[in-house]
Design a protein around this ligand. Structure first.
Ligand SMILES: [Fe+2]
Length: 191
């Protein structure tokens, strides 16, 4: 799949589903993704990580569960759904932080006691459905991932991207990073 086709798909997904509420928070799915991507850009993250920030909740745009699924005791597994969708379109540097962003919350709840206190009520509710804080063994294995640092950075942007007053560049601005993020790494380039 070429980069224009994927950027078009991303645009369509956000146009069709992006105005749905972001899981009990005061922002829409589109606003949430744009805010996370804007914070990644401000911190001069790579194009792959900015794309991951924009697309970290793409799984929410792919399923048909209601916005309040966690209130009904349902874990929508959106991180797996999203990463599977991204897998045929992007390199691991995009899809792995997305796959890991829920686990990163479970990790931070175990590693930083103050972190859990900062979670919003919907995020605390979904934490219970997602398995609660990690065990020591789970933390060790999570920390060993080559994408650990990126997953933690993405998680912190995710947690902050819930500000109804925040102004961001439009989706088109970030689609440039989506196109750049699809570029094959040098080791996979064919001559
Ligand atoms: Fe999110």
């Amino acid at each position: 799949m070429n980069d224009c086709a994927t950027a078009d798909q991303v645009r369509r997904l956000f146009t069709k589903r992006g105005d749905s509420q972001y899981g009990g928070e005061a922002v829409s799915q589109l606003e949430h993704g744009l805010q996370a991507a804007a914070m990644a850009e401000q911190e001069q993250a790579s194009a792959q990580l900015i794309a991951a920030a924009l697309l970290h909740d793409v799984g929410h745009l792919l399923h048909v569960l209601p916005d309040d699924a966690p209130d009904r005791g349902v874990d929508d597994m959106h991180e797996e759904l999203g990463a599977d969708w991204l897998a045929s379109r992007f390199p691991p540097a995009v899809l792995e932080p997305v796959r890991m962003h829920v686990a990163a919350k479970r990790y931070l709840c175990a590693a930083e006691p103050a972190y859990r206190q900062s979670l919003s009520p919907p995020s605390e509710l979904s934490l219970q459905l997602q398995g609660g804080p990690m065990s020591d063994k789970e933390c060790d294995s999570f920390r060993a991932s080559p994408f650990f640092d990126d997953a933690i950075r993405l998680r912190r942007w995710d947690d902050l991207a819930k500000d109804p007053e925040m102004q961001t560049p439009p989706l088109e601005h970030f689609l440039e990073y989506v196109r750049d993020a699809m570029a094959p790494s040098p080791s996979t380039t064919t001559l």
